[in-house]
Ligand binder design. Structure first.
Ligand SMILES: [Fe+2]
Ligand SMILES: [Fe+2]
Length: 273
């Protein structure tokens, strides 16, 4: 379903951004590997941005999974609260420009929160932010975003990934950035929300894109393990689920700089492998 412009028929081809929600574990990586080539053919996205914070065994990411996501066609990888789980990724975050940790983390923490990539003469600035409620971030997202936007001020389009638990923080950021950026997309809860729309000022918005991973689990974890922990309050092993993998994404189309024409949810079951 598409939300936004009534019809894009006859419109000159513009820029489109496919944003893929949190890739969780092997099931998520395999789902994306299988589904992304077809999505590329069908939707012809100019840019692909992938949240990879759960790519390694469901928590965090290592250079191996990051390289795999780039090889699949990600132009930029965004992260979140599990960024630093694996030490191997720390130097990678400093070396590789196209992988981001939240911009409002402490300045001393490895990595950067913004980057600009170019495809076919069009530039996309990407900003990663962390919410502040129930999450550990160095500064308020709604304040630090001003500085982050200055870093990508030359870009034709800007996409902000707001990795947050609280819907209120994501909705507030959407309104704050309406008319300033092409898209504000929420991540972290792993459940897609039904509020995708283009805000009055022209910014595409969704509270949560959802998860690219196994829908047969509990937000990516094997359901029997998650249920057992909730029923016993005892620590237990968590493994990534693999049953019923889906790709949860959104496609943002734009024909004017920093303004979206539409935002469309892309929710696809991965074919059995
Ligand atoms: Fe996540
Ligand atoms: Fe998260």
């Amino acid at each position: 379903m598409r939300f936004g412009a009534d019809s894009l028929a006859g419109m000159a081809p513009g820029t489109s951004i496919l944003f893929v929600g949190d890739v969780v574990g092997r099931a998520g990586r395999q789902a994306l590997q299988t589904v992304l080539p077809a999505l590329r053919e069908e939707l012809e996205p100019t840019f692909v941005v992938v949240n990879g914070e759960n790519a390694a065994g469901g928590i965090g990411i290592t250079p191996k999974e990051a390289d795999a996501l780039f090889a699949m066609g990600a132009d930029v990888i965004t992260l979140g609260n599990h960024t630093y789980r694996h030490r191997e990724i720390w130097p990678y975050l400093d070396e590789k420009r196209e992988i981001l940790r939240p911009a409002n983390y402490l300045p001393g923490q490895p990595g950067r929160g913004t980057c600009v990539v170019e495809r076919g003469g069009t530039t996309l600035g990407v900003v990663n932010l962390s919410g502040n409620l129930y999450m550990q971030a160095g500064s308020p997202a709604l304040v630090t975003v001003d500085e982050a936007l200055r870093e990508v001020s030359a870009a034709d389009h800007v996409l902000v990934d707001m990795h947050a638990e609280a819907t209120s923080e994501k909705v507030a950021l959407g309104w704050y950035l309406d008319g300033k950026v092409t898209a504000v997309v929420g991540t972290h809860t792993h459940v897609p929300t039904a509020d995708a729309r283009v805000l009055p000022g022209g910014t595409a918005y969704i509270t949560d894109v959802g998860m690219t991973g196994a829908r047969g689990g509990v937000i990516g974890v094997k359901r029997e393990q998650s249920i057992a922990v909730m029923r016993t309050h005892m620590p237990m092993r968590y493994d990534s689920a693999d049953e019923d993998p889906w790709v949860n994404a959104v496609l943002v189309r734009a024909s004017r700089p920093r303004r979206a024409d539409s935002i469309e949810q892309v929710l696809r079951a991965a074919p059995p492998t």
